[in-house]
Design a protein around this ligand. Structure first.
Ligand SMILES: C[S@@+](CC[C@H](N)C(=O)[O-])C[C@H]1O[C@@H](n2cnc3c(N)ncnc32)[C@H](O)[C@@H]1O
Length: 309
């Protein structure tokens, strides 16, 4: 199995501004690429989080090498506040999230994240809770249509939901990724720029892992946990996630060019000064060289916010 290529690694390390920093949370350990780079390039300690038991199992080499400077918690990052508390940490110098699935997950067919290979229609990062197959079976046609539209931005959401439910009622069982992908491929005719199942797989993955709710909670709590001078860095991979990050950062830090429009929402300290500053009014993206080297990085978007009061 191939490893995971850490996306925008140098940009993330620069963004965290690690000099004289003590504690950083890497909320998405994955293959440990960010964690290792933080530990190697600074004196900071890292508390890592991952919801995938396989990611936790991969962390032992980093533990052996960096000993007390590194701990990992098998948890979801929406529980960042509890994780910090469990380690007696009241505030943080940095938090980073590299949202989404790792190459380890995508490239393991039986995890069911990809329709490039056949595997069980699962998609659970944590390996517990409801699978994608169960979502198709247990949700109503209306519920499926809503998630396909909202999480997949799928134009044919109603048609696909109806046809899937008709098949299931007729006794068909969507057990594998290719069964579902081929079914959608046959259903959606016409010119296709991307595989017609792409949006449905995205929607199911978001629903199975409650990805957007996870992200919203994690941003709220991370902002509260930051020390003055501490930074929150988020790398995301699709527009739904980036929109959440962008809007939340504008909400708490204001939008400098249109202060009046957003002023009401901005978090202001008791002396009237802003509490956060958005360091990426324009989103950062990978270099052309990085995209050439790792095509999976092509949709990455990075945003940074700093606590200043
Ligand atoms: C893109 S990978 C991170 C790769 C990592 N930055 C590296 O350099 O190796 C994303 C990881 O985050 C984990 N993850 C995704 N959503 C999560 C959540 N809500 N809570 C905890 N871990 C999550 C996934 O299981 C996966 O291992």
């Amino acid at each position: 199995m191939v490893g995971h290529y850490p996306v925008m690694l140098q940009e993330v390390i620069d963004a965290l501004a690690l000099e004289n920093k003590q504690v950083v949370i890497d909320g998405t350990f994955g293959g440990g690429g960010y964690t290792r780079a933080i530990l190697e390039s600074s004196n900071a300690n890292v508390i890592a989080i991952d919801r995938d038991p396989e990611a936790i199992a991969r962390s032992s080499a980093i533990k052996d090498e960096f000993k007390d400077r590194f701990v990992i918690s098998h948890n979801t990052f929406s529980n960042i506040k509890d994780v910090a508390e469990q380690h007696n940490i009241e505030s943080l110098d940095g938090v980073v999230f590299d949202i989404g699935v790792s190459s380890f997950q995508i490239d393991t067919p039986e995890r069911g994240f990809s329709f490039m290979h056949d595997g069980a229609l699962d998609m659970r990062m944590s390996r517990d809770g409801i699978t994608a197959k169960q979502v198709l079976e247990e949700y109503s046609e209306e519920q499926l249509a809503i998630i396909f539209k909202e999480y997949g931005e799928e134009r044919h959401s109603r048609l696909i939901a109806r046809k899937i439910k008709e098949e299931i009622e007729a006794g068909v069982s969507f057990d594998t990724t290719l069964q579902l992908a081929n079914f959608i491929d046959r259903l959606i005719k016409g010119k296709k720029k991307i595989h017609p199942a792409t949006r449905i797989f995205q929607a199911l993955r978001i629903e199975v892992n409650q990805e957007l709710e996870e992200l919203k909670q994690a941003i709220d709590d991370s902002l509260k946990l930051l020390k003055v001078g501490g930074r929150l860095v988020i790398v995301s991979f699709h527009s739904l996630e980036d929109r959440i990050v962008k809007e939340k950062f504008i909400e708490v830090a204001g939008k400098r060019k249109h202060v009046n429009k957003y002023k009401k929402e901005e978090v202001i300290s008791t002396d009237g000064k802003p509490v956060y500053t958005n360091l990426t009014s324009k989103v950062l993206v990978p270099s052309d060289e990085e995209i050439k080297e790792n095509v999976r990085s092509r949709s990455a978007k990075m945003r940074i916010i700093e606590r200043i009061a």
